[in-house]
Design a protein around this ligand. Structure first.
Ligand SMILES: *[C@@H]1O[C@H](CO)[C@@H](O)[C@H](O)[C@H]1NC(C)=O
Ligand SMILES: *[C@@H]1O[C@H](CO)[C@@H](O)[C@H](O)[C@H]1NC(C)=O
Ligand SMILES: *[C@@H]1O[C@H](CO)[C@@H](O)[C@H](O)[C@H]1NC(C)=O
Ligand SMILES: *[C@@H]1O[C@H](CO)[C@@H](O)[C@H](O)[C@H]1NC(C)=O
Length: 173
C-alpha cells in the first residue's frame, strides 16, 4: 500500500514537472470595419441579404465576410497594422441587433507575426462592453483559451464604418 502510494506520488510529481507552464498574454488591438472608400477599400462585404420576413431594424439573417485591419492604435491611417480579422459575422438577433462573430486574428507584424487566435461568440451591439470567447490559436498561441472585451471607439452612421477596441486576455502554451 505504502509503495503504491509513493509510486502514485512519483507519477504525479513527474506529471507536474513535465506539464508546460501556461503563459498569459494581454493584447489591445483596434479593429476596423470599413464600408466606405469604394470596392477596393471596403474590408467588409454583405454576402447574404436578410430574408423579406426579417425585421428591418436587426437585418436578422444577414451574413457578412470581413478582412478587417487590426492596428496598434485607434487611427487606421497612421497606426501600425498588426494583423487582419478574417471571418464572418451573422445578424443572429431577431429583436435586438446581435451578431454571431466567427473570426481569426491573423498577425502579420510585431512579435506575433505568423500566429493567430480564433474568436467565436455573440456581439450584442446595444451593450457598451461586449465579451466573446477566444477558443484557440496557432503559433505563439497554441492551446489558447480566453476572452476578449469590445468597446466601440468610433462609429460613422452615414457610412457604417466602425473602429472597435478589443482587449484580449488569453492563456496559452
Ligand atoms: C481607396 O483609398 C485610397 C486612399 O484613401 C484612395 O486613394 C483610393 O482612391 C480608394 N479607392 C477607391 C476604389 O475608392
Ligand atoms: C423592410 O423595409 C422594406 C423597404 O422599406 C419594406 O419593403 C419591407 O416590407 C420591410 N420589411 C419588414 C418586415 O418590415
Ligand atoms: C489619423 O491620422 C491621420 C494621419 O496622421 C490624420 O490626418 C488624421 O487626422 C488622424 N485621424 C484622427 C481621427 O485622429
Ligand atoms: C511576417 O512574417 C512573414 C512570414 O515569415 C514575413 O515574410 C514578413 O516579412 C514578416 N513581416 C514583418 C513585418 O516582419
Amino acid at each position: 500500500m505504502a509503495s503504491r502510494l509513493s509510486m502514485l506520488l512519483l507519477i504525479l510529481a513527474a506529471a507536474a514537472t513535465t506539464a508546460p507552464a501556461q503563459k498569459e498574454t494581454r493584447l489591445r488591438l483596434y479593429w476596423h470595419d470599413v464600408w466606405s472608400g469604394g470596392a477596393n477599400n471596403a474590408t467588409v462585404a454583405q454576402v447574404v441579404r436578410p430574408p423579406a420576413t426579417s425585421p428591418n431594424a436587426t437585418s436578422f439573417g444577414s451574413v457578412y465576410v470581413i478582412d478587417d485591419p487590426l492596428t496598434e492604435g485607434p487611427n487606421l491611417t497612421s497606426s501600425r497594422l498588426l494583423g487582419r480579422a478574417q471571418g464572418v459575422y451573422i445578424s443572429a438577433g431577431k429583436d435586438s441587433l446581435s451578431l454571431l462573430m466567427a473570426m481569426s486574428f491573423v498577425f502579420v507584424d510585431g512579435e506575433y507575426n505568423g500566429s493567430s487566435i480564433t474568436i467565436v461568440g455573440p456581439n450584442q451591439a446595444d451593450r457598451r462592453v461586449r465579451e466573446m470567447p477566444v477558443v484557440g490559436g496557432t503559433g505563439a498561441f497554441r492551446f489558447a483559451r480566453g476572452y476578449c472585451q469590445l468597446r466601440t471607439h468610433w462609429f460613422d452612421a452615414s457610412t457604417g464604418d466602425a473602429t472597435v477596441e478589443y482587449t484580449v486576455h488569453i492563456r496559452h502554451d
